[in-house]
Write a new protein. Structure first.
Length: 467
């Protein structure tokens, strides 16, 4: 297969196939009888399997509290909820930024932003950085990434290790799609293009061991179809409608794996780079601050078998833990210099009904609030979460620190910085030490990527103000 195969216009029969699968997914909670039942023993022996593939689906801009499996009352995600009920759900997950590029650099390298340096719009991952796709490739997997967000484009170094790394050509709109948030800009195409490229890859290489990464963008753009649940006309309502569309599209991709006969050999990971704000703290959108609505994200792992009772891991974790965990599950080497850790011990402990263990390690997030302003100095905002306490610290103005007790105040409404000064000062010192001791494990500073006007305009189409 060539890049051209993944990037070509689609024949009508292929379009009809995906519409049929999406239509099926609208009728009932999708089930996959081909997946056998399994338990703790099968989790422990995943690393010994020689037929295991990995599908990684990144849903851009998905906040955790809008999924039914996380307690949401609207029926936004019946299919993801079904996966969670027979798989693994991590209930307390933090992303490492509210801006895609910083978040994805941390996710892929399992390092906090201070330790990879990807915090500005022109920063790119150098060739010396090691990404999971390189480990899969070296182990003999076919590797493909299909993306639509320009912040993970190959010029920023995110293509390392992928045999095919494709931004699919926009096809003819097949479903009747609507775009509900004009402020998000007009990104060409839609996630059906990603799904069709995934179908093509699965048809050609689904029976080989593969690592397939799909980066979905319709939720970021508030896109939904005429079969989506109708929740209303406000931005928050349309966001939910788009989640429902994305949920059914993922079900279609999983049904394709099932149709080819490889779902029972595939580990499926569902994650998000950041969330979305709806005026909880006076802001809409993301990439402006680090409050919970833009940093609390879902993480689901669907195993190649069904658990009779799904596993819920309540230990606080973060996106830097994703690849240490997945690589451990499939028996591949760890990423060098990782800040994240494998969560397999927590998974097994939760499966056995015992204590999950895990220490109260600090979890960091980072946003340079001037990431898109090339001629202005940095304005770094760093958060640290430790136990139930969360500190948001502007590094250049620590007097404006905010402290929240998430156990009593999960919505971060009551700033305790002036009343719990000992906790504020202790966590401030934790952040300052973290920044002072920052160390890039591959020894190279971020690559400086020069963006021409065409690429800048493509990024502006996402709704970002880059200048």
């Amino acid at each position: 297969m060539s890049r051209r195969l993944l990037d070509s216009p689609w024949p009508y029969f292929a379009a009809a196939a995906i519409l049929l699968l999406v239509a099926i997914a609208t009728q009932f909670e999708i089930r996959f009888p081909s997946r056998p039942e399994g338990g703790v023993e099968q989790i422990e022996t995943l690393r010994d399997r020689e037929d295991l593939s990995v599908l990684f689906v990144l849903i851009d801009t998905l906040r955790a509290d809008r999924l039914g499996i996380y307690g949401y009352t609207r029926p936004t995600t019946p299919n993801l909820d079904a996966l969670g009920r027979s798989g693994i759900v991590f209930t307390r997950v933090l992303s490492q930024s509210s801006w895609t590029k910083t978040s994805m650099a941390s996710l892929w390298t399992a390092t906090f932003p201070a330790n990879n340096g990807i915090v500005r719009y022109s920063d790119g991952l150098p060739a010396e950085a090691v990404l999971p796709a390189e480990l899969f490739r070296d182990a003999g997997y076919r590797t493909a990434g299909i993306w639509r967000n320009g912040w993970v484009a190959p010029n920023f170094g995110f293509d390392q290790g992928f045999e095919f790394y494709v931004n699919p050509r926009p096809g003819r709109e097949r479903a009747r799609l609507q775009r509900g948030n004009p402020s998000s800009g007009a990104l060409e195409g839609n996630d059906e293009d990603v799904a069709m490229s995934a179908f093509e890859f699965i048809d050609n290489y689904g029976r080989d061991r593969f690592f397939l990464y799909l980066h979905l963008m319709d939720l970021h753009q508030y896109v939904y179809d005429d079969k989506a649940e109708q929740f209303g006309t406000g931005y928050s309502d349309v966001y939910d409608q788009s989640i429902n569309w994305t949920d059914r599209l993922i079900a279609a991709i999983l049904a394709k794996l099932d149709d080819v006969g490889v779902l029972q050999n595939t580990l499926v990971v569902i994650a998000a780079d950041h969330g979305e704000a709806f005026l909880e703290h006076g802001y809409e959108g993301h990439a402006r601050n680090l409050y919970g609505e833009v940093t609390r994200v879902p993480l689901l792992i669907a195993l190649p078998f069904q658990l009779s009772q799904g596993i819920r891991v309540d230990t606080p974790v973060s996106n830097v833990d994703i690849w240490p965990t997945v690589l451990d599950l499939v028996g591949l080497p760890p990423l060098p210099g990782a800040d994240g850790r494998s969560l397999v011990p927590e998974i097994l402990a939760a499966a056995r009904g015992g204590s999950e263990g895990g220490d109260e390690r600090p979890i960091f997030a980072h946003l340079d609030r001037r990431w898109g302003k090339s001629k202005e100095e940095s304005d770094p905002l760093v958060s640290v979460t430790e136990g139930s306490l969360r500190l948001l610290l502007p590094l250049d103005d620590p007097g404006k620190a905010e402290l929240y007790d998430l156990a009593a105040d999960p919505g971060e409404k009551h700033n305790l910085a002036d009343t719990r000064t000992a906790d504020r000062d202790r966590l401030t010192a934790v952040v300052q030490a973290h920044m002072k001791n920052a160390n890039i494990p591959w020894g190279q500073s971020p690559a400086e990527v020069e963006l021409d006007e065409m690429r800048l305009n493509q990024l502006r189409a996402l709704g970002y103000m880059v200048r």
